[in-house]
Ligand binder design. Structure first.
Ligand SMILES: [Zn+2]
Length: 52
């Protein structure tokens, strides 16, 4: 499994964890963020992705 696919699976879980309302979320700490940050404002990891 590629790293990209692994991230996609984690992202699916993250989307289910988040209650919605925000457009972006962090894969590392699974918290919602308001903008497409290059680095997560919560944990500092570059894992912010858009929620669709
Ligand atoms: Zn984070």
């Amino acid at each position: 499994m590629s790293l990209f696919e692994k991230a996609g699976e984690q992202f699916q879980e993250t989307k289910e964890t988040l209650l919605g309302g925000d457009d972006y979320g962090c894969l590392s700490c699974e918290r919602a963020v308001e903008e497409d940050y290059e680095h997560c404002p919560h944990c500092g990891e570059p894992t912010v992705v858009p929620l669709e």
